[in-house]
Ligand binder design. Structure first.
Ligand code: BV8
Ligand code: ZN
Length: 281
């Protein structure tokens, strides 16, 4: 059966829901200016994603991989949250959530690594130091975290640039020019042990974060919003499947059709920065 586009029916479903989750992808941040991976002008169209977001490529060419992530850090930190992220941020505020769905819980499971959902929540609550709440799951890690490849230390690193040798390289990778081969010792190094740092993201072939928690949440959810994702990457793309199998409802918010539609009860086509605020408040 084709997904419904009836917003009033969606509102009735939302009002009755007790356990709401949202699976978000790059389309949630598109309006903020963060390039998506596969859409027009997508980030990875001009690079071979699988060449850059794997442990193997980092081992082979850490200089190029760090320039890719440096470019993305510089881009992400200059992008403001958009109305779709602000609408989702409201669901973290108990009083606002209960006006929508009395007694409901909400969890945001984002594939995005740009940190914009937390930034939206900090803006909404006017608390720039707000800790990331447990019901905001960044399952593919964070651009602004680093992991030491020697001692394993994980920490937030907001330095811009993260290493002096990377300064000014952000335009090179994007322009597909031959980037400089930055020597290992000038790449980001660990403050504890001097080891080589890597970006704190989950690469292809690596295990996403908090999967057990996500599986329990998907089994409990009676409503799953799927926002701005091409639903290609697993296990993230399988979360909505689990919700449906357990009798929950799925509402897709996207510009275009995706494989997630076949398991959708609702689908709202259009920019989520317009459709999501209408759907949620
Ligand atoms: C795993 C962090 C084992 C890094 C990311 C073959 C070889 C190797 C691996 C595989 C393989 N086949 C399958 C796999 C598994 C692989 C996978 O799924 N590959 C895909 C390519 C087939 N998955 C993995 O490797 C995962 N790990 O499987 O480990 C395991 C698993 C479980 C238990 C034990 C062991 C790890 C995957 C994580 C990879 N890291 N990101 C970084 O960012 O650099 S993935 C990265 O790509 C994102 O995080 C995100 O997940 C994905 C991009 O997808 P989207 O977010 O959906 O973005 P996209 O551009 O594709 O789509 C944007 C959408 O928005 C579009 O639909 C567009 O229409 C829409 N849109 C645009 N603008 C708007 C909009 N919608 C609304 N409004 C708008 N304004
Ligand atoms: Zn270290």
């Amino acid at each position: 059966m084709a997904p419904s586009t009836d917003m009033s029916r969606f509102h009735q479903t939302l009002h009755k829901s007790k356990h709401i989750i949202c699976v978000a992808g790059a389309g949630l941040s598109a309006a903020s200016g963060v390039p998506t991976f596969r859409g027009a002008g997508g980030l990875w169209r001009s690079y071979n994603a699988l060449d850059l977001a794997t442990p193997q490529s980092f081992a082979k060419d850490p200089s190029r991989v760090w320039q890719f992530y440096h470019m993305r850090r510089e881009k992400a930190c200059s992008c403001p949250p958009n109305p779709a992220q602000m609408a989702l941020a409201k669901l973290f505020v108990p009083d606002l959530l209960s006006t929508l769905s009395p007694g409901a819980t909400f969890t945001l499971i984002t594939q995005n690594v740009d940190g914009l959902s937390l930034r939206a929540l900090r803006d909404l609550t006017a608390n720039p130091q707000l800790e990331c709440p447990p019901n905001l799951i960044e399952m593919h890690g964070r651009l602004f975290d680093t992991i030491c490849t020697a001692c394993g230390e994980e920490r937030e690193n907001l330095d811009s640039p993260i290493a002096p040798a990377l300064a000014g390289t952000e335009g090179i990778v994007e322009a597909q020019e031959d980037e400089p081969d930055i020597p290992l010792e000038l790449l980001p190094r660990c403050g504890q042990c001097g080891g080589l740092l890597r970006p704190g993201v989950v690469w292809f072939g690596e295990v996403p974060k908090r999967l057990e928690e996500i599986d329990v949440l998907a089994k409990e959810a009676d409503l799953c919003l799927v926002v701005g994702t091409s639903a290609i990457v697993y296990p993230a793309a399988g979360i909505a499947d689990t919700v449906r199998q357990e009798g929950g409802k799925v509402a897709v918010f996207n510009l275009e059709g995706t494989p997630a539609d076949k398991r959708a009860n609702f689908r709202f086509l259009g920019p989520c920065e317009e459709t999501l605020p209408k759907a949620l408040f």
